[in-house]
Design a protein around this ligand. Structure first.
Ligand SMILES: *Cc1c(COP(=O)(O)O)cnc(C)c1O
Length: 474
């Protein structure tokens, strides 16, 4: 027992070797649930799950109580789409609803969370999560709105430099935003959108190819606009290298960190990223449509100005004098337009406080093993077997290099998976399906356990077994 305690399963070798070591130590198979329990017992972040509400299987609309114990917590692997509710969210919301009920307009300036500057209180917590200085971050609006506001200031095309470089399969909202920004400036998206695709037969972009295009085409590129983590493939881009390459060619470099914030270790300030935006309802658990984030690097604080103005960009000290003489705040703070939605600030505060009980570094460390463990089990059971060509197999789209991914694995099945997905849902798995054959699985280090991963793979075996897709038993 002593030697078990002394052994830190989270450091050293690769996840595959770690699984092997632990199973040797326990004298069980590497695929045994005991390995997952061991990891959970030794997980120094396991108490953070207690800060969230995990839905019970019976409460999930598609669950089938004849197949699983409905009183158990569900297997929630879709924090990349909507994070779980932090337990403190309800308390903070009730505090503000009470304050509103009892004091009305006085709530703007009274209490622990005065509404008039409520978002300012949590921007430091937010900045820590994305590796920024507090004054480089503003919480406001929604993600696509912020992307537009930032582009209005950073995308100033000229005849010689009018292109925006982005991924060919960028998230639709980003694609439309870029397209419409180009049109707004009187340019033609056909000429001005430079869309980067993976090489034929490949599913993710190679860093060298991204850097190559920037090197070759950079002189005509005004803005390089990438995601931090690609929503579909789960690829984590080398943001430092892309930033460096783009800026060397005189481009502005911005990132949509919707799938990176709270997932990957970001250093937006140190990398010198020009601007970034992200939503807060995915890995940041603020609830659907939560207040979004925007980042502008300090180096631009006196030079990059907002194209659109509102009273919330005015210095707080004189904002309410209402003399119509603008004292614009510097940097991203000047981009604020409207007063803040306190009811959206509350749940985000609840979540960011949990993030600040640990660090992205510690979360990332757990994440490497958690996702590596998922990868290990998937490979173990579902590698293509030439001897059994009819057995369903799984190809992992997400890069196998852990430095090129966050927590999500995108699994591509050799069979259509609509039916398999339904069987998973009946058994209490929450994950994301993209027709015809991809499941996106996100074990989130903040609240998912190694046992969640083990239960998922086991349930996948039953789901495949009971759907017409295949006959494979776990
Ligand atoms: C989730 C996501 C969005 C959603 O945009 P909203 O404005 O929050 O609706 C946009 N872009 C990316 C890359 C996303 O992952």
């Amino acid at each position: 027992l002593c030697s078990m305690k002394a052994m830190d399963p989270f450091i050293g070798s690769t996840p595959r070797e770690t699984v092997k070591q632990v199973s040797d130590l326990l004298g069980c198979s590497p695929t045994s649930a005991e390995v997952a329990s061991y990891f959970d017992q030794h997980d120094t972040l396991r108490h953070l799950r207690e800060k969230f509400l995990v839905p019970k299987i019976a409460d999930l609309p598609p669950s089938d109580p004849s197949l699983v114990d409905g009183s158990k917590e569900c297997i929630y692997l879709v924090g990349n789409s909507l994070g779980l509710q932090p337990k403190m969210a309800r308390k903070y919301l009730e505090e503000e609803l009470d304050k509103w009920a009892k004091t009305g307009v006085h709530g703007h300036t009274e209490g622990s969370r005065p509404w008039a500057w409520a978002e300012n209180n949590i921007e430091e917590l937010m900045a820590n999560v994305v590796g920024a200085k507090t004054e480089e971050v503003a919480l406001m609006n929604g993600l696509t709105v912020n992307l537009h506001l930032l582009m209005l200031s950073f995308y100033k095309p000229t005849a010689a430099r009018h292109r925006i470089l982005l991924e060919d399969k960028a998230f639709p909202s980003d694609h439309y935003a870029v397209e419409s920004q180009i049109r707004l400036r009187g340019f033609d998206p056909k000429q001005s959108m430079l869309l980067l695709s993976p090489r034929p037969g490949e599913e993710t972009l190679r860093t060298e190819d991204i850097l190559d295009v920037i090197e070759k085409e950079g002189d005509s590129i005004a803005v390089v606009m990438f995601s931090g983590v690609q929503y579909y493939t789960g690829q984590l881009f080398d943001m430092a290298a892309i930033t460096e390459a783009g800026q060397r060619k005189g481009c502005y470099v911005g990132f949509d960190c919707a799938h990176a914030a709270g997932n990957a270790e970001l250093k937006l300030h140190d990398w010198g990223v020009d601007f970034a935006c992200w939503c807060s309802y995915k890995y940041l658990n603020s609830g659907a449509g939560g207040i979004a984030g925007a980042f502008i690097h300090k180096k631009h604080k006196d030079t990059i100005k907002p194209a659109l103005l509102g009273w919330w960009g005015h210095d707080l000290k004189t904002r309410f004098q209402m003399d119509n003489k603008l004292h614009l705040q510097s940097g991203v703070s000047g981009f604020r337009l409207s007063n803040q939605p306190i009811l959206l600030v509350c749940p985000l505060q609840a979540s960011l406080e949990v993030f600040n009980m640990t660090s992205m570094q510690a979360l990332r460390r757990k994440s490497l093993l958690l996702t590596g463990y998922l990868e290990y089990l998937i490979r173990h059971y579902y590698t293509e077997d030439p001897a059994k060509p009819h057995k369903p197999h799984i190809h992992i789209i997400t890069p196998s290099d852990p430095r090129q991914r966050g927590c999500q694995l995108s699994l591509s099945f050799s069979v259509p998976i609509r039916k398999v997905f339904q069987e998973l849902e009946k058994r209490g798995v929450c994950c994301d399906m993209r027709e015809p054959s991809v499941l996106r699985i996100a074990p989130v280090p903040l609240y998912n356990t190694f046992s969640d991963v083990h239960r998922f793979v086991k349930t996948l075996g039953s789901a495949l077994g009971s759907s017409s897709a295949g006959c494979c038993k776990f």
